[in-house]
Design a protein around this ligand. Structure first.
Ligand code: ZN
Length: 291
C-alpha cells in the first residue's frame, strides 16, 4: 500500500498517469501471451494477478543434483521436472515455483558432484515453500518429481502435512508412475538410472547438455525376488537406497548408469514428454474442477 500511494503521487507529479495507464492497457494483450510461467520472473504485482488467473494453482518442480552416468548432466532430475512443469503450466495456464535442485541422494555420493540433503530437511523445506505460497492465496499445489521413488517418500510426508495444516490441495506427479503406457509402447526397459527413459527425455529437451556418445549400457539383472519398477506388475515399492558398496560395484560397470541408454532416441523422448505434459494438464484440470 505504501508503494501504491507513492506511485500515485509520483505519477501525478510527473504528469504522466494517464499515459502510463494507456500504455499498460495498450500493451496488455500483446504481452500477456508471452509472460513467463515462472514465479521468479514476475514482479509482485504481476504475481498477484497471475495467481488469480491461475485459479490459485502452482506447480513445484522437485529434482536432485546427482551423478547420471557418463553421458547426462548432474542436474538431469531437476531438468526433467523443470521442462515438464514449464510446458504443463503453459498449457494449463498456471504458474511454476522456483525448482528444488536438491534431493535425497546418499547412494550417488560415490561419484563427484552429487549433493544429498537429508530427507527430513527436504520435507521441511518443501513444507515451508508451500506454506509461503499458501499465504499468498495459492491453494492447489502440483509437485512434479524428477527424482523418482527416492524423493517420493519425503514429498508424501510434506504433502500430507500441507493438506492437514494448511487446508490446501496437493498432488504428487511422478513421471515414472505416470508414463507406464508410453514407456511400454516405446519398448523401453525398466526404470533404472540414466537409462533410455531419462536419456531420451534429456536428449529431446536439452540436446546440448547430453553426451550420448559416452553412454555405456548396464542391463538390468533378471528380477528374482524383489523389484522396484513401476512397469513391473509385482513392483514391491519398498525402495531402500543402495549402500556405498553396492553403488561402487555398479559404478565399475557403467559409470553410474543402470539400464540401457543405447535404446534412447530423441523421437522417443518427444513422445514421452508430450504424453507426460498431457497427463500433467489433466491432473491440474482435475484438481481445479474438484475445488
Ligand atoms: Zn535421474
Amino acid at each position: 500500500m505504501v508503494f501504491e500511494d507513492w506511485k500515485r503521487g509520483h505519477d501525478a507529479e510527473m504528469g504522466r498517469k494517464d499515459n502510463f495507464e494507456m500504455a499498460s492497457i495498450h500493451c496488455k494483450e500483446e504481452t500477456i501471451m508471452e509472460e513467463s510461467v515462472w514465479l521468479q520472473d514476475l514482479t509482485w504485482e504481476d504475481a498477484r494477478r497471475r495467481i488469480t488467473d491461475a485459479q490459485n494453482t502452482i506447480i513445484v518442480p522437485v529434482g536432485s543434483t546427482e551423478q547420471h552416468g557418463y553421458h547426462l548432466p548432474l542436474g538431469s532430475d531437476t531438468y526433467v521436472a523443470i521442462t515438464l512443469a514449464e510446458d504443463g503450466a503453459r498449457n494449463a495456464g498456471v504458474l511454476v515455483a522456483p525448482p528444488l535442485w536438491f534431493g535425497w541422494s546418499p547412494h550417488h555420493m560415490v561419484l563427484p558432484g552429487t549433493i544429498t540433503v537429508r530427507p527430513e530437511i527436504l520435507s521441511e523445506l518443501l513444507y515451508d515453500i508451500i506454506a509461503s505460497l499458501r499465504k499468498h492465496g495459492i491453494d492447489k499445489f502440483v509437485l512434479v518429481n524428477g527424482h523418482r521413488i527416492v524423493n517420493v517418500t519425503w514429498m508424501q510426508i510434506a504433502a500430507e502435512r500441507v493438506k492437514r495444516q494448511l487446508g490446501a490441495q496437493v498432488v504428487i506427479f511422478d513421471p515414472a508412475y505416470m508414463s507406464k503406457s508410453i514407456t511400454r509402447k516405446l519398448h523401453w526397459g525398466p526404470v533404472g538410472h540414466a537409462e533410455e527413459i531419462e536419456s531420451s527425455h534429456m536428449w529431446y529437451r536439452y540436446p546440448d547438455r547430453v553426451k550420448m556418445e559416452r553412454a555405456v549400457d548396464n542391463p538390468h539383472p533378471p528380477k528374482v525376488l524383489y523389484s522396484v519398477d513401476p512397469q513391473y506388475p509385482d513392483d514391491t515399492l519398498c525402495y531402500v537406497p543402495s549402500s556405498p558398496a553396492e553403488m561402487a560395484a555398479s559404478v565399475e560397470v557403467a559409470g553410474g548408469t543402470a539400464g540401457e541408454p543405447s535404446k534412447a532416441s530423441m523421437e522417443g523422448g518427444r513422445q514421452y514428454h508430450d504424453h507426460l505434459v498431457d497427463r500433467l494438464v489433466t491432473v491440474i484440470q482435475t484438481l481445479q474442477q474438484a475445488s
